[in-house]
Design a protein around this ligand. Structure first.
Ligand code: ME8
Length: 660
């Protein structure tokens, strides 16, 4: 058997002074999509990610948390790793820069560079903040520290320097000989002109930082974080023994545009100096922006992946990230656009096509895939469209044009919708001719769905598995070889699998409200307004089961912040355009409140009048579907759909009584 060609790809190793947001998720999702795609094309793939655990920022974050750095980074690495696992983004190797294997690799790389004459001892002079104990990059004498605002001082320290200047010509030659090394083209031009402008030697050790990998025999020197971090790509696949694993050099480093210089200039130079193989490609994508600005914790505009995955499913987030923005360019993130795409492309598009095709086969052919005997030219037109999409989609994936790949797949879905509308199999009768025609139309649609499912699998790994089993297909969709995919391979006679919910439609405003409530709870666990069940009751159940992470323990003082009282519902009415919400007027003893509750699908408004309920009364007012809601009604959230059941009292209670 021929051995498989290898493909090694990496995400950046992320800083552990914060938690993953949608930007980090983006890079990791793209890596995962490529991994799945390459496997389906027969490659042996290794994908790595990890955590960058050294440096001043981590040192500061640990100090702020009041725990030793080693404990702080261990906790953070667990958080990052857990989140990736939860999101289905488990890498093949997860490298931590505090791992012994990594420490050994950094020290080894340094030794090779030094032995080859590219490292020398010198003095580094820069602006230093004595309060933060750190050099301030790019600061001039007289500048203030950007972190604490205090004046910086000019400080000189002894460092080891890397002779980056010696690599100007080798790097430019390398870029010329490997024109695809830096992608996209615009980034390549930036880097080439940066290198053409001349390279200064780089200080690669520090004596002013404590939290780093020690330079052997040269304490207190520790390695500069980037010399340390970049080497993680090599330590993940064997370090000094990389040849044994056979994965190095990396085929693809995926990074954001912020760190392209480190990857396309410093990293190949370090490797050239050590006479080690250089990676084949660095691909720098753009930023996901929030309200057209960069996400940052201090601005409070960070989007978290978990609430979105809980509400809409991880496939929806993956689809959105890849479909919404041309890979390589910046794009804006908005919940509105996310939910719109979810409803239109996933619920109404793929989900609807799959469920109605299966339902028609179930109804007309007792769930057995029919044989396509009475074919007509329009079936062939659709077949040709799907067949030619296969080639196009593979080419798009190969060129990292994910949005275009998905566009092509969804073009085929739209063609199938059109085909069904014009063929109208549901309008055909039970005569032999009609039954044969129905068989041909439904087989054609199911075959198209099979092809779409295979092509979309790298992006939608969970839902395509469901469609695959719905179509009664053997083995796993991930095992299908993309290069062998052809129109006409769908066997007749197979029994369809059980129908499963794929992408239940959601009410946009409610979905956004719930995502935001979960994000708020995740970001401010102490300030969480009320229980998960209460949040579910106030914002309506959408059908997509939300399962927020279990809340951390709170103190009695925290609990005391939530004011709950007995209220009596005076009036209840439906809200036009929001089929899940009821507008209630509630007497809470001291005043009457307007409260919106997501219970309209389960409670008739008239039946609620006069009912006594438990109300959270000190919740900040907010708008639901444009209607002000001033409080929250407590309900249990029951079953996978989160059916709300209002909390009540077995004995008579006074209106306004406080719940404790
Ligand atoms: O730079 N949009 O780590 P980091 C898109 N430890 N991608 C984003 C993003 C956004 N708004 N925000 C972050 C580091 N990213 C170093 C890397 S590698 C040897 C060391 C992604 O935690 C993007 O991939 O700051 C970016 O390059 C990376 O996260 C930066 O992660």
């Amino acid at each position: 058997m021929a051995t498989k060609e290898k493909f090694y790809l990496t995400t950046p190793i992320y800083y552990t002074n914060g938690l993953p947001h949608i930007g980090h998720t983006y890079t990791t999702v793209v890596a995962d999509v490529i991994r799945r795609y390459k496997r389906m094309r027969g490659y042996e793939v290794v994908m790595t990610t990890g955590t960058d655990e050294h440096g001043v920022n981590v040192e500061r974050a640990a100090n702020k948390a009041g725990i030793p750095e080693s404990e702080f980074v261990a906790r953070m690495a667990v958080e990052w790793n857990n989140l990736w696992n939860e999101l289905g983004l488990t890498a093949d190797e997860f490298i931590r820069t505090t791992d012994l294997q990594h420490v050994r690799t950094v020290q080894w790389l340094f030794k090779l560079c030094k032995e080859n004459g590219y490292v020398y001892k010198g003095h580094y002079t820069g602006q230093y903040c004595i309060y933060d104990n750190a050099f301030v990059n790019d600061a001039k004498p007289g500048d203030n520290c950007p972190d604490c605002g205090r004046p910086t001082e000019t400080v000189t320290e002894e460092n080891y320097f890397f002779k980056l200047s010696a690599f100007q010509k080798p790097l430019l030659d390398f870029y010329r000989k490997n024109p695809n090394f830096i992608q996209p083209e615009t980034r390549k031009n930036e880097i080439v002109s940066f290198v053409e402008g001349g390279l200064k030697d780089l200080s690669i050790t520090r004596t002013t930082i404590r939290w780093g990998i020690p330079v052997p025999g040269e304490e207190p020197h520790v390695f500069y974080v980037w010399f340390d971090a970049l080497t993680a790509y090599l330590s993940a696949v064997g370090g000094p023994e990389y040849e044994r694993r056979g994965m190095w050099p990396a085929d693809l480093h995926l990074v954001g545009k912020d760190i392209i210089r480190f990857h396309a200039v410093y990293w190949p130079a370090f490797l050239m100096a050590a006479m080690l193989p250089v990676p084949k490609q660095v691909w720098a994508h753009g930023w996901f922006l929030m309200d057209s600005g960069k996400m940052s914790k201090s601005k409070g505009n960070v989007v978290l992946p978990r609430p979105i995955a809980n509400m809409l499913g991880m496939d929806a987030l993956r689809y959105f990230l890849l479909r919404e923005v041309v890979f390589g360019q910046d794009g804006n993130f908005s919940y509105d656009a996310l939910v719109t795409r979810y409803n239109s492309d996933l619920a109404n598009g793929l989900g609807n096509l799959a469920s109605r095709t299966a339902a028609m086969i179930e109804k007309n052919f007792t769930g057995k895939m029919p044989k396509p005997s009475a074919r007509q030219p329009q079936d062939e037109v659709l077949a040709r469209e799907a067949q030619s999409a296969i080639g196009e989609v593979l080419e798009r994936y190969e060129n990292m044009e994910f949005a275009r790949a998905l566009e092509a797949i969804w073009g085929v879905i739209a063609a199938a919708d059109k085909y069904l509308s014009s063929e109208q199999p549901w309008a055909l009768g039970d005569s032999e001719t009609d039954t044969q025609r129905k068989a041909a139309v439904l087989w054609t649609t199911a075959e198209l769905l099979r092809i779409v499912t295979v092509l979309a699998h790298p992006v939608l790994p969970d839902s395509t598995v469901k469609v695959w089993s719905l179509l009664g297909q053997p083995a796993s969709v991930s095992g299908v070889e993309l290069d062998g995919l052809r129109w006409g391979q769908l066997a007749a006679g197979v029994q369809l699998g059980k129908a499963q919910a794929l992408f239940p439609r959601v009410d946009k405003a409610e979905a956004i409200e719930r995502i935001e409530a979960m994000a708020n709870e995740e970001q401010n666990p102490q300030a969480a307004p009320a229980t998960a069940a209460a949040a579910a009751a106030s914002t309506a159940s959408s059908g997509a089961a939300a399962s927020p992470a279990p809340a951390e323990k709170i103190t009695i003082e925290d609990f005391a912040k939530v004011e709950m009282r007995v209220g009596q519902i005076l009036t209840a009415e439906r809200i036009v355009g929001a089929d899940k919400l009821l507008k209630l007027n509630v007497d809470i003893g001291t005043e009457k409140r307007q409260i919106c509750a997501g219970i309209a699908q389960y409670y008739e408004p008239e039946a609620l009048v006069g009912r006594k309920v438990a109300v959270v009364t000190n919740l900040a007012p907010r708008k639901l579907r444009g209607v002000e809601s001033n409080g929250m009604i407590i309900a249990a959230s029951v079953g996978p759909e989160g059916r709300p059941v209002l909390a009540g009292f077995l004995e008579d209670v006074e209106i306004g009584a406080r719940l404790k």
